[in-house]
Design a protein around this ligand. Sequence first.
Ligand code: SF4
Ligand code: SF4
Length: 157
Amino acid sequence: MVFNCRECGTCCMHLGDYIEIERQTGEFTFECESVSTGTAFTAEVDDDKRRIFADHSFSDAHPSACRFLRPDGEHLRCTIHRDSPAQCKFYRCVVMQIADPAGRSLGTVRGTLDLHSDDPDLRAIWDTEITKKRPKSDEEAEPWIAEYLAKKGYRVL
Ligand code: SF4
Ligand code: SF4
């Protein structure tokens, strides 16, 4: 599945404590830390996002959200997309959508390769087969899981 971020901002809404601004060094430049990895980084607000960044009302109303998140029309956008940490750039909330042979959606697999589903049969296959047999590396596991589920008759997108 090719991942297309819809820029809904859901994943950034509770990352205010994880993307920490240490110091403002200019009108649009900041010294920051990615707390989960302990990595320091310098962020400059993207040229084309400075207008929306300048309005702080969203940040003030949502103190748990990342301080660089801003509404832009129907989207919530990262205003430091160019300088954001690697884990932000490569984050994928969903890597697989799983459906039954008729196309009825049964669940999703998240970027962390865990299953999100209420379907008991799919859950049982996941817990008793996939988690035990899958390759250890996530890179190899992702196509392996898709193929395994397809062989079981599921539609995997
Ligand atoms: S990665 Fe997913 S949750 Fe995060 S903004 Fe994109 S679509 Fe939304
Ligand atoms: S830096 Fe950007 S992508 Fe990362 S949490 Fe903040 S708004 Fe989201």
